[in-house]
Each structure stands twice: as C-alpha cells, then as structure tokens.
Design a protein around this ligand. Structure first.
Ligand code: NAD
Length: 487
C-alpha cells in the first residue's frame, strides 16, 4: 500500500491520525493517508505566519519569488505523468484527462511566475500641498486554500500560483477524497526551494480539518472551491476571524443549441461538456437547451455518441469515461436520476448503475421537456445531461437564466447578432460561443449567484492576494504648527 505524508513547515509528517484512500475503479483500499486535525492545522498556520513575516521569504525580491515559481513550473512539467497517474489512481479521473490537464498546470505556474515582479503600487496625486502619498501592495497574509477532489492540482494551482506571486504564505487542504496528487506535489514545492512554511499541504476531513483551517484566527483569506453548502460553513466561520473569502462553487450550466448551429461541432462540445471527467466538473454543460425544430435530430446524434463512449479502467489510455470518485457520489447520481425519472423525465440513454465493483455510472441523457424535473435544478456532478427545448430566442434566454447558479454557459449558433445578444443576456461568469470548456491562465474564471464570487486566472487574481497600504510622507521642512495655538 502506498503511504503519503503531509508537508508542514518544510517537513514531511505522518499527521495526527491516518486514514485509507480507496481506488474508485475497484472499490479497494490502495493508499494510506495522513489525517490533519486541529493540531496539525495550527502548526501549519503558525509556520505560514512565521514564514510570512520573519522567514527568508519575507526578504526575497519579487523577481526571486518569480524564479522559484518558474522552477516549480518546470518541476510540475517534468513530473506531470507521475502526478497524473496518482490523480487517476486516487480519484478515478481518466489518465487521458489528468495527463493533459497536469501538463497545462505547469503553464499556470509559469504565468504567475512572470507576474510576480509586475505587481505594482501607485503614487496618488493627493489634494494637499507638501505631501507624497503612495499605495504599496503587500501580500494579503496567510491564505487558507480548500479544494475538492476533482482536478486538485489544477484547482490548487489557480490559488497557489497567484498567492505566491503576491508574496503570501499558505496552508492548502487537499480533499480527503483523493489527496494523493496534491500531497505528492508538496515534494516538488520542497525541491523547488521555497523556504519552510511558505507552502504547507495537508489533508483531512471537512468538519475537523477544513473548518479548523477556515476559522483559524491567523488566516487572512480563505480561497475555497467546492459545493455551496460547504461554502456557507466557510462564510459562517469567517464571522469569527473576519477573513475575506473567494468562493468557486458549483453550476447548472446551460448549453444552448440553435437550429442554425454546426451540429457536429455542437454535439462534440456537448459530449465533452457533460461527459468529460465523468461529469464531475463545475462547468459541466448539464442543461441542453435546444431549438425545438432540431431537438430530435440533435438528440439522436448525442445518443449515438453517448452509446459509443468507451467506459473502462481510468489508467487505460483508451478509456473515455471512468468511474465517479466516491461511492457517495455514485449513490447521489443514481438517486437523482431515479427522482427525475419519477417526476416524469424520460431516459434517452443510460441511467442504470452497472453491476460490479467500482463507482461507475454510464453517460445518461434525460429528456425533461414539459417536466419539472429536479435534474434541471440540482447539480449531479456526474455524467447526466438534462434536455429542454425552446421556440424563440427570448425563451432560450429565459431557460438559460432559470437557475440560481451562474458559472458557465455555451451558445451554438451561426447568427452573429444573436450570439452578441445572448452573451450580454446570459447571467454567468463565462460564456463560450461555438466552443465549450476552454480555459487559460490568462482568462479570469468564476461565477455569479450560487456559483460563488471572486475570479481565478488572469492578472487581477494575483492582485486579489494583496492588500494596499497607504503611505503619507510630508515633504515640507517647515515645523508642524501647534494645533492648539490660535493664529
Ligand atoms: P465539498 O464542498 O464537499 O468539499 C470541498 C472541500 O471542502 C473538501 O476539501 C472538504 O474536505 C472541505 N470541507 C467540507 N466541509 C468543510 C467545512 N465545514 N469547513 C471547511 N472545509 C470543508 O465539495 P466536493 O463535493 O468535494 O466537490 C464538488 C463541488 O465542488 C461541486 O459543487 C462542484 O461544482 C464544486 N466545484 C467548483 C469548481 C469551480 O471552480 N467553480 C471546480 C470544481 C468543483
């Protein structure tokens, strides 16, 4: 059995307790993990605070910080395959996807390496004589980062990269479901030469470890990715330490297809949009909103493509859809499909949990036209597409915005003016037109409404990890007059 350690103050440690990690492809235990509780969390936050104000990190120039980030990027690139295999083993995300994604994670670190020495302060044209006034941009403080199981190296890179560029120190909590890749990544942080305490990486359970971290009095900011219910806990805890928060939460993203769309492209994008990562993707295009005149034709293409998907072992390069990450997730998906069918949704394809070990669930399409199906409102975080149809553009927009989430959206049409109207009208943080799922370190990403607030990616994300300090300097040599002597 493989054994992992946490990384606190530059040391690899066994943790206050241990727990076992399950291979989702087989349902068998495969690794032994360190479990952090309040004590480990406290040590890690104290180490981060010490590194922030007193350690060598505090004295590095921004350019030196950037160089360490470049080194980390190179190490991620060279170790991408190993990290990918660990993520696949521990979460069931297929190797095709983890290899490609982790190779790209290196580019996120490279992007923020370049930003480290471009975070500038400013000089203010103040409305008083003989005064120079500047804004300094300083690191926001110790940052707590809490991530879910899916794409942990990616979801942590969009936090760790900009936070290091800004000069912060941090404690990263890997998900208890599949922490292996992030715990292994700690070895690369160590090898890159970051001073002790700058990046601490541990794992543990939400209520004991995550909550202790989020409410720790020395934490200045909590960067969270996960579900809205957990986000509420985080926000409630922030009433104690008054930490700021950035929340990247779930979605129920609309995927709109007009009759004039290029069907082959739209169908491929929709298949990738909902079945990639076995649907365990915050941006999953989980609500297909299709023009009524082409609904049957489009659904039959989708059905054919869904049936042709190769389901199998996640470490096999030929596999296109692997298992869900946990039994809990498999049960949730199966139960929501059953509830939706019970409410009148019609199964176009899939829907049955296969027999055997492993947490598999097949690509599933539910026709929900004319039905108040719970599948249209609730997030599956699984490979299930819900379909509704529309007659007019106004109706399509109304359906698209009929959600409390607002993370991503897709529009497929050849009509340019219509595309422009929709990109303005859709209430979501990302609109993809004639494409889906494209991401880049250069492009900000984040949601509206129940999908959270704050943006990851882009230059502004690094500024979000800073706080300003206003410096007033009097330039006159004249003595300051006594305020109590009348003149
Ligand atoms: P989750 O909210 O259950 O868990 C996420 C993390 O929070 C885990 O590390 C967990 O241990 C921790 N946690 C749990 N309870 C906590 C508490 N009380 N205090 C502090 N931390 C706590 O989410 P999940 O089920 O692991 O992940 C799926 C969710 O994540 C979905 O809703 C999905 O849409 C969302 N997600 C969003 C994005 C995005 O960028 N917007 C990306 C990926 C996933």
């Amino acid at each position: 059995m493989q054994r992992f350690q946490s990384y606190i103050n530059g040391e690899f440690l066994d943790g206050e307790a241990r727990f076992q990690s399950i291979d989702p492809a087989t349902g068998d235990v495969w690794a032994d993990m360190p479990e952090a509780r309040e004590g480990d969390v406290d040590n890690a936050v104290n180490a981060a605070e010490h590194a922030l104000y007193e350690g060598p990190w505090a004295r590095l120039t921004a350019t030196q910080r950037g160089k360490l980030l470049y080194k980390l990027a190179d190490l991620v690139a060279t170790n991408a395959q190993k990290l990918a295999e660990l993520e696949t083993r521990d979460t069931g995300k297929i190797i095709r996807e983890t290899s490609a994604q982790i190779a790209y994670v290196a580019d996120y670190y490279r992007y923020y390496a370049g930003i480290a020495d471009k975070i500038e302060g400013s000089y203010l044209p103040i409305d008083k004589p003989d005064m120079d006034v500047w804004l300094r941009r300083e690191p926001i403080g110790v940052v707590a980062m809490v991530v879910p199981w899916n794409s942990q190296l990616f979801l942590s890179a969009v936090k760790i990269g900009p936070a290091l560029a800004a000069g912060c120190t941090m404690v990263v909590k890997a998900s208890e479901d599949g922490p292996a890749p992030l715990l292994e990544f700690a070895r690369l942080v160590h090898e890159a030469g970051f001073p002790a305490g700058v990046v601490n990486i541990l794992t543990g359970f939400g209520p004991s470890c995550g909550a202790a971290l989020a409410r720790h009095p020395k934490v200045a900011h909590v960067a969270f990715t996960g579900g809205p219910e957990t986000a509420r806990h985080i926000v409630r805890n922030s009433a104690e330490n008054l930490a700021s928060t950035s929340l990247e939460l779930g979605g129920k993203s609309p995927f709109i297809v007009f009759a004039d769309a290029d069907f082959e492209s739209a169908a491929n994008a929709q298949v990738a949009g909902i079945f990639a990562a076995t649907g365990q993707s915050c941006v999953a295009g989980s609500r297909l909103i299709v023009e009524r005149s082409v609904k049957d034709a489009f659904l039959s293409i989708l059905k054919r493509k869904a049936e042709a998907i190769r389901i199998g072992a996640p470490l096999d390069m030929a596999t296109e859809v692997g298992p869900l990450a946990t039994k809990r997730q498999q049960d949730h998906v199966a139960a929501l499909v059953e509830k939706s069918v019970g409410s009148g949704a019609r199964l176009v394809v899939g829907g049955e949990r296969p027999a055997g070990n492993g947490y598999y669930f097949p690509p599933t399409i539910l026709d929900c036209d004319g039905v108040a199906s719970p599948s249209l409102a609730e997030e599956f975080f699984g490979p299930v597409l819900s379909v509704v149809s529309f007659e007019t553009e106004a109706e399509a927009l109304k359906l698209a915005n009929d959600t409390r989430y607002g993370l991503a959206s897709g529009v497929f049409t050849q009509n340019l003016t219509r595309a422009h109207r929709l990109m303005k009208g859709i209430r979501a943080g990302v609109v993809w037109v004639n494409t889906y799922r494209a991401v880049s370190p250069i492009a900000p990403f984040g949601g509206f409404g129940l999908s959270g607030h704050g943006r990851e990616g882009g230059i502004a994300a690094a500024l979000d990890y800073t706080r300003t300090k206003t410096i007033w300097l009097r330039t006159s040599d004249d003595p300051i007059p006594d305020p109590f002597v009348m003149r």
